[in-house]
Write a protein that binds this ligand. Structure first.
Ligand code: TYM
Length: 333
């Protein structure tokens, strides 16, 4: 570890299968920064964030392992990045508690993500849910991370982390950075339904990283289309979104080809969907193969998890020890 390197942290909740929105919005950015020598990268599974909404114990146990497997299969390399499970580094909770003393309830209640979840789970507007962004700030700042590869939807949470960082530094003389989002080309992957973003909680909106060709074809088959022709290219809705996927998976040239067809001879959506399904599957296939190999090698995966937690704990504990003494907690003889 070197002090001159900038730190990076990111995480994905342990809930459900990862989809291509997670891949483009977060994992691609994680991979890019892992490859860059200027950065020291920490990537975690946010299982503790998974209990901020109703959950099942056995499911969360399986799903956190799924995210670790997805991370490794996508190319996160434990030789280069510290890959770990959030709840195995309990210092995050302690820092989160200290942070909660510098941010108001009103500020948390106004966050769009909080409002959405309260609407979704009206009976479960818990303190953990309200505290979600504060724990996220602790996840990031405990490693003094200044870059955070996440999708566009996480920007309001990063704003909270910057606010907490500023307040804490001003009050206690700490040197937390003000973390910023590291954006990828796919920082907002739209939903296949044509409305909003791709999300694991909306059936039909996503393609999972583990889908086979037939599943991808059948998900794409359900995407609503139009006559395939028009004077101007639609800027929103499911046709616009299909073209975004063409751009992401088949490149700019293919995008231009289909865009020209739309305003010219017309798109045959059966062709577009077949080509797109093939391109998506081609990108996912090496990932799926690598994942199957990892599933067959639990000894290796367990070693990654144990070593990742140990490395993360060392850094995280040093931060919390310092904070504790600065803010007058603990006891000095
Ligand atoms: P989560 O699990 O909701 O999402 C994981 C990552 O995937 C991105 N993402 C998308 N990007 C583009 N288009 C989409 N349709 C799309 N859907 C999801 C999200 O932006 C995110 O980057 N709060 C985080 C987990 C977390 C975290 C952290 C992240 C906990 N602590 C500390 C960074 C740093 C979350 O909800 O992830």
């Amino acid at each position: 570890m070197s002090d001159s390197k900038l730190r990076v942290l990111s995480g994905i909740r342990a809930s459900g299968k990862l989809h291509i929105g997670n891949y483009y919005g977060a994992i691609k950015g994680m991979l890019e920064l892992q490859q860059d020598d200027a950065y020291e990268t920490f990537y975690m599974v946010a299982d503790a964030h998974g209990i901020t909404t109703p959950y099942e114990i056995e499911k969360i146990k399986a799903e956190k392992l799924d995210v670790i497997l997805d991370y490794l299969a996508a190319g996160l390399d434990p030789e280069k990045s510290t890959v770990f499970i959030q709840s195995m580094v309990p210092a995050h909770y302690e820092l989160s508690y200290f942070f909660s003393s510098v941010i108001t309830v009103a500020r948390m209640q106004h966050l769009p993500t909080f409002k959405e979840k309260v609407k979704q789970y009206p009976e479960n507007a818990t303190m953990a849910l309200l505290n979600y962004p504060v724990l996220m700030a602790a996840d990031i700042l405990i490693y003094h991370a200044s870059r955070v590869p996440v999708g566009q939807d996480q920007e309001p949470h990063l704003e909270v982390a910057r606010e907490i960082s500023r307040k804490f530094n001003a009050l206690y003389g700490t040197n937390f950075p003000e973390p910023t989002v590291f954006r990828t080309k796919g920082s907002y992957v739209p939903s296949l339904t044509g409305e909003g973003k791709m999300s694991k909680s909306v059936e039909g909106s996503y393609i999972s990283l583990r889908d086979d060709l037939e599943t991808i074809k059948s998900v794409l088959a359900k995407v609503p289309t139009d006559s395939g022709k028009g004077e101007i290219l639609p800027e929103s809705g499911s046709v616009a979104n299909l073209l975004t996927f063409v751009d992401l998976f088949m490149g700019e040239q293919a995008y231009k080809h289909y865009a020209d067809l739309y305003t010219g001879a017309g798109i045959r959506y059966s062709d577009l969907k077949a080509e797109l399904a093939g391109a998506i599957f081609a990108e996912l296939q090496p990932f799926q193969q690598k994942r199957a190999e990892l599933v067959a090698n639990p000894t290796y995966v367990n070693k990654v998890i144990v070593e990742g937690a140990a490395k993360a704990t060392e850094v995280a504990n040093a931060t919390v020890d310092d904070v504790r003494s600065r803010i007058g907690m603990g006891y000095t003889f």
